[in-house]
Each structure stands twice: as structure tokens, then as C-alpha cells.
Ligand binder design. Structure first.
Ligand SMILES: [Zn+2]
Length: 423
């Protein structure tokens, strides 16, 4: 290795992002759709989402990037590589939010990516492979279902036509909304190959904070099974009907809530079980509930474990129906298999954190992310940083500037490792 090459490698190792600039950009983007309680309401493909996209595009162009838009409205800001024919090393996330969302969920991953490009510009570093920052359309799934729509189309999880036809509660379709805000793009349908995908994200859980760690080395994402369950009993007058003769749907549903909790607890540490919604019919003070519609959300890190949770849920429901003389209908409506990330890239994140002298630990992602879809088509890894109290999807969502900066530095070095530094 000659001296100039050695010194170039040293320069690269010493590279750091500008944490102040990253923070300022986060705060500036958070003003678009800012809520009085300090959060952000910027639903996918609304006028505000359009304004936030405009801001991102102007920043990306100012950083020398070319921006392309695909037919589902995903944005890709590209910084050319020395060998521009190589598959791009991509990072990104989303800038749509929940109705009472925060400043960091998604936005951090996008702006951390932008900060990586800005820092490389400042240092005059050229990479072998091109770098891209992606803004994925409608990750949150709050206005339009399904969630992770843009990345889902990108990897072929469902078709473009299906996604464009989805409508919000007012009857506006995704296609119409994209056209209205000027982001119905024309980039070729066939997604270009991705050399590697990285996503930085706030943890959205309490594990890093509880362990006093700055960097979460994400091993993969939990698999998920979502169900719609209907318990059908018999409604009857609360006075004249003796206890022994009732077919109380809410009482049975209560037993099911307990069972879901138990099914998850028996599969610690990564089992999760949640009943988040109950609709009681007729929901009247003096009527024995005749019907309950409820949701069940089961998650696990291992597909066999998730399958065993599914079996346990179904057998409990069958037994419940028999014992209580009612019917329990269980329909699975969503299934995401567990998605491990790419070991070599995960290792790179771990080594990058160590080289930067940051405390780090292995974590799993309990939530879905665009990275979970990208992992189906490209080597993928994620970098988590703590958020206050593990709270997100909430206006009080908060994160510390130094943690965001640290995660961005890990992202920078992980991307450089994959992209190669030109010599
Ligand atoms: Zn997110």
C-alpha cells in the first residue's frame, strides 16, 4: 500500500458527519405539519407531505444529487459513484407520519442519509459505487393501507396497480393523491438492483435506553401474524337471564385477551401478543354482550415459534367456543415472516460502532420498517438509536442530538464499507 493510499484510508476512517447540521435539518423538516404539542402530523401524500418532499428534493439537489421518482412516488437522491454502473448503496426511510406522530420516526433515517452525502461532499470523498437516499412512500399506513407501501411495491410484495388503487377514508386514491402533489413519477417500473440497503431509525422501544447503549445492532425483524377475531354469543337482558344460562361474548373475549398475553409470555424474550381493539355489540349497559370483534397481533423472532403461537391461539379459541357454547371465528389478515438481516452487514454495523467507541448491543426490531421489505431483494442492515422512554408514534417522541449524530456516523462508515472508497 503506498503512502498516499494509506493517508487516504486514514482520512476516510477519521470522517465524521456534522451532527449540528443533521439536527437543524430534522427540526426544519419537523416544522412542516408541526403540532402544538411538539409533534408532527404529516400523513402520506397530503399537501404537507408534498411540501416535505419538496424540501428534501431541494436539499438533495443542493448537495449535487440527481433525484428520480418512481411510479409509486418513492424518491431516490443519487450521488454518482466513480463506477456509476455498480448497483447503488442505498439508505433511507420515510417522511410520512402518524396523525399524532413525532419528529424522528422515519425522518431521521432520511436526513441521516442526506447528512452522509453532505459530509462526503465536504470531505471531497468519492465512492466506487453510487450512493442513494430513498424516501419510501406511505410507510405508516395511516391514511392508506397497506403499510410500507412504497418499499412493498419496490420489492414486488404487491403490485403497483394494487397500491395506486387504494383509497383513503374520503375516497381519494393513492394514484390521485400522488398526482395532486406532483409526485406521480415516471422512473422505470423495474427497480434497479440495490447493492446494499441500510436504514437508521429510532428504536421505538425502551431496550437501548434501559441498557444505557447508544447503538442498536439490529439482527432482524420479528415476524408478525395479525388476526380479526369475532366472538359470537347471544345478547339477552341483563336482569332476567341467570348467570349459568348466558352466552356472554365479552366474557369469552376477556379470557382470550388473557390467553394472548400468556401465549406471548411463554415465548420470552421475543414473543409478543397484543389485543389492541375490541368492539362490543350492542355495547349497552343492561344487555349481555352478544358479539365482540377484536384484533390479535402475535410476533416472534423465529417462524416456528410464530407458528406455535398461531396453533396455540387457534386451539384456545376452539376450546373456548366449545366450553362457552358460542362461536369464535379467527381470520389471519396479515403475515410477515421473521426477517433476519444480512450477517456481514450486521457485523459491519457492530464493528463500525466499536471503531467509533460507541456502546452497542444486539437488538431485534419489533416493528416493521422499509428495511424489512428491502431485505427480500438486497443485503440489508439497520442501525437503531435510543428514543426517550422508548416512546414513538406520539407527539412527545424525542431523541438526543448526540445519539442521532452517533447513529449517523455508524451509517456513514457502514455505507463507505459497502460502497468502497475510490482510489
Ligand atoms: Zn418509521
Amino acid at each position: 500500500m503506498n503512502t498516499s493510499l494509506e493517508s487516504r484510508h486514514e482520512t476516510t476512517r477519521a470522517l465524521r458527519v456534522n451532527g449540528g447540521r443533521l439536527w437543524d435539518s430534522l427540526m426544519e423538516l419537523a416544522r412542516i405539519g408541526a403540532t402544538p404539542k411538539g409533534g408532527v402530523c404529516r400523513l402520506a401524500l397530503t399537501e404537507l407531505d408534498g411540501q416535505a418532499r419538496d424540501r428534501f428534493v431541494s436539499w438533495a439537489e443542493a448537495a449535487g444529487c440527481t433525484v428520480r421518482i418512481d411510479a409509486i412516488g418513492n424518491l431516490f437522491a443519487r450521488r454518482a459513484g466513480r463506477n456509476d454502473a455498480l448497483p447503488a448503496i442505498v439508505t433511507g426511510s420515510h417522511i410520512d407520519t402518524q396523525p399524532t406522530g413525532g419528529k424522528f420516526d422515519g425522518n431521521y433515517g432520511v436526513l441521516a442519509g442526506l447528512e452522509v452525502l453532505r459530509s462526503l461532499n465536504d470531505a471531497g470523498v468519492e465512492t466506487e459505487a453510487p450512493l442513494e437516499v430513498a424516501v419510501w412512500t406511505n410507510e405508516e399506513g395511516s391514511r392508506f393501507v397497506p403499510v410500507m407501501m412504497g418499499s412493498g411495491v419496490f420489492v414486488g410484495a404487491f403490485t403497483l396497480e394494487h397500491a395506486l388503487a387504494q383509497r383513503d377514508a374520503q375516497g381519494v386514491s393513492v394514484g390521485e393523491a400522488l398526482t395532486r402533489i406532483g409526485y406521480a413519477g415516471s422512473a422505470p417500473d423495474a427497480a434497479p438492483p440495490v447493492g446494499a440497503y441500510f436504514e437508521a431509525h429510532i428504536e421505538q422501544g425502551p431496550v437501548l435506553e434501559a441498557n444505557d447503549c447508544v447503538i442498536g445492532v439490529v439482527q432482524g425483524a420479528l415476524g408478525q401474524r395479525w388476526y380479526d377475531v369475532v366472538v359470537q354469543g347471544m345478547e339477552a337482558h341483563a336482569g332476567p337471564t341467570p348467570m349459568a344460562l348466558r352466552r356472554d361474548a365479552l366474557l369469552a373475549a376477556s379470557a382470550l385477551v388473557e390467553a394472548v398475553n400468556r401465549i406471548a409470555l411463554e415465548r420470552a424474550p421475543h414473543g409478543r401478543g397484543t389485543v389492541g381493539s375490541l368492539e362490543v355489540h350492542p355495547n349497552s349497559r343492561n344487555v349481555i354482550p352478544g358479539r365482540v370483534r377484536m384484533t390479535v397481533d402475535l410476533r416472534a423472532a423465529d417462524d416456528d415459534v410464530l407458528a406455535s403461537m398461531d396453533a396455540a391461539l387457534r386451539s384456545f379459541c376452539a376450546q373456548l367456543a366449545q366450553e362457552r357454547q358460542l362461536t369464535v371465528q379467527v381470520d389471519q389478515v396479515v403475515y410477515f415472516p421473521p426477517q433476519p438481516f444480512t450477517p456481514a452487514l450486521v457485523e459491519g454495523v457492530r464493528e463500525g460502532a466499536a471503531a467509533l467507541g460507541l456502546t452497542a448491543m444486539d437488538v431485534v426490531s419489533g416493528a416493521g420498517h422499509d428495511a424489512v421489505y428491502l431485505a427480500r431483494v438486497a443485503p440489508t442492515a439497520m442501525v437503531f438509536v435510543p428514543c426517550a422512554g422508548g416512546i414513538s408514534h406520539n407527539e412527545i417522541e424525542d431523541a438526543r442530538p448526540e445519539h442521532l449524530e452517533a447513529g449517523c456516523n455508524v451509517l456513514l462508515h457502514a455505507m463507505l464499507r459497502s460502497a468502497g472508497v475510490a482510489s
